[in-house]
Design a protein around this ligand. Structure first.
Ligand code: CDP
Length: 233
């Protein structure tokens, strides 16, 4: 049985390489890859552009009023061989990755109505299976029946260093200290919020990749997918 498709849920802490693993798995098995964090980042960009965030506090009433106007889509970009995130028809893929968005996303993602709206879209995207989705609540809330769940983590210092290298390679002027602070702050908000907090699903496999190379991680997750598909070779 190798041609049946499954749902693969990948959750974990900030900047631990979930998207990299998810993208590689999707390519390897011909699955759709969805970065659910990009959706919360796009909503956050909308909030920032419409001045709906003051001193770290979201103007909830205004945001909820605007929520039906926020249209988020993914469109395949053949140049990057990956999907770009669009907010109301505009490609915002680069901007949503910047630190000012990372610094404001967790309070926005903690709003239950925002989550309900994103989770509805995410469930719809996974209804035909053959999907790898990464985020914070994928194995617990979005796809609790996913056939395979991973929970990825690494030490905060290592995660911050990886994100710092990624951002500076893109030419963004950031310091390692502010990235580490952001990683820790998001971990805290994401894990302690009331609505769908970040936690490991009971049936998720833990991957601590602090001391693993990309290749080692990939080899491990591919093996787990093959086992789940009933094809361990
Ligand atoms: O790439 P990184 O791990 O730094 O973050 P991300 O996956 O892009 O997610 C950005 C933020 O969105 C997280 O810190 C969470 O606050 C929120 N998020 C969430 O609440 N639920 C998800 N399923 C995905 C992201």
């Amino acid at each position: 049985m190798t041609n049946h498709k499954i749902v693969i849920a990948i959750d974990g802490h900030s900047s631990c390489g979930k998207s990299t693993i998810a993208k590689a798995l999707a390519t390897r098995f011909g699955y759709v890859f969805i970065d659910s964090g990009a959706m919360y980042r796009a909503v956050t960009l909308f909030v920032l552009r419409h001045n709906l965030m003051v001193d770290g506090e979201v103007n909830r009433e205004e945001l909820l009023h605007s929520l039906p106007e926020i249209k988020i889509e993914f469109r395949y970009n053949p140049e990057r061989q990956s999907s770009d995130t669009y907010l109301n028809g505009e490609n915002v893929e680069d901007e949503i990755r910047q630190l000012h968005v990372s610094q404001n996303v967790s309070p926005v993602a903690a709003i239950p109505e925002v989550r309900e709206s994103m989770v509805r879209l995410q469930k719809e995207m996974g209804k035909n299976k053959g999907i790898v989705m990464d985020g914070r609540d994928i194995g617990t809330v979005v796809f609790p029946d996913a056939e395979l769940k991973f929970f990825v983590t690494a030490s905060a210092e290592i995660r911050a260093r990886r994100r710092f290298d990624e951002q500076t390679a893109k030419g963004e002027m950031v310091s390692l200290a502010e990235i580490l602070e952001n990683v820790l702050e998001r971990d805290h908000i994401d894990s302690t919020r009331e609505a769908s907090p970040l936690r490991k699903a009971g049936d998720a496999l833990v991957l601590d990749n602090s001391n693993m190379t990309r290749e080692e991680q990939l080899e491990w997750v591919i093996k787990k997918v093959k086992e789940t598909l009933g094809n361990p070779e």
